[in-house]
Design a protein around this ligand. Structure first.
Ligand code: SF4
Length: 173
């Protein structure tokens, strides 16, 4: 399934992490996208440990000017892999992987599916991109554009997961 609709209108230029943040908190999306970044490395640490403990290597990753995929494997079609430290924001993780599939397919690359790895939990979740998901991803991409055009960040959202967010002190301090 080659995806062209959003691609026909404009170049895909968003990072997977922006799609994930758009799912979690539009304020977080705005802050990150404007270059206000906070130290938050738990997923990077999980990836490093995972690569140390498996036969995969950093060179198995895929990155270009927009996306940075933890690693990819190939049978007939490509499989994209993302490693996360916890399932707390699983919905956002799933959208990030769906976006990677969407992104690569829009470039004409045959992608079978994605796999989300939670090594601490010893869990692997399969992620597929359906026709309905394509509309969902495109709606997120439009939302990202709208949010990034705002002159000031959206309001704090007061969710339980704010306490674990890298921007917690910035938002509530
Ligand atoms: S602390 Fe809460 S409101 Fe602030 S960026 Fe994080 S998730 Fe959004």
């Amino acid at each position: 399934m080659k995806i062209t609709s959003f691609e026909e209108k404009k170049e895909l230029r968003f990072k997977g992490i922006q799609v994930a943040y758009a799912t979690v908190c539009l304020r977080k999306l705005w802050l990150f996208s404007k270059g206000i970044t906070m130290e938050h490395t738990s997923d990077r640490v999980a990836l490093g440990k995972f690569l140390d403990e498996t036969s995969f290597k950093r060179e198995d990753g895929f990155s270009d000017e927009n996306v940075s995929i933890d690693f990819v494997t190939s049978r007939e079609d490509l499989i994209v892999h993302e490693v996360k430290s916890s399932k707390a924001l699983e919905e956002a993780h799933i959208m990030q992987v769906k976006y990677y599939i969407y992104y690569l397919r829009s470039k004409g690359i045959q992608v079978s599916h994605g796999l989300l790895h939670y090594p601490r939990l010893r869990r692997i979740e399969r992620v597929d991109l359906s026709e309905g998901d394509v509309k969902g991803i495109e709606s997120i991409l439009h939302r990202i554009e709208e949010v990034l055009s705002l002159p000031t960040p959206p309001k704090v959202i007061n969710k339980p997961y704010c306490k674990k967010c890298a921007y917690y002190e910035f938002c509530y301090g």
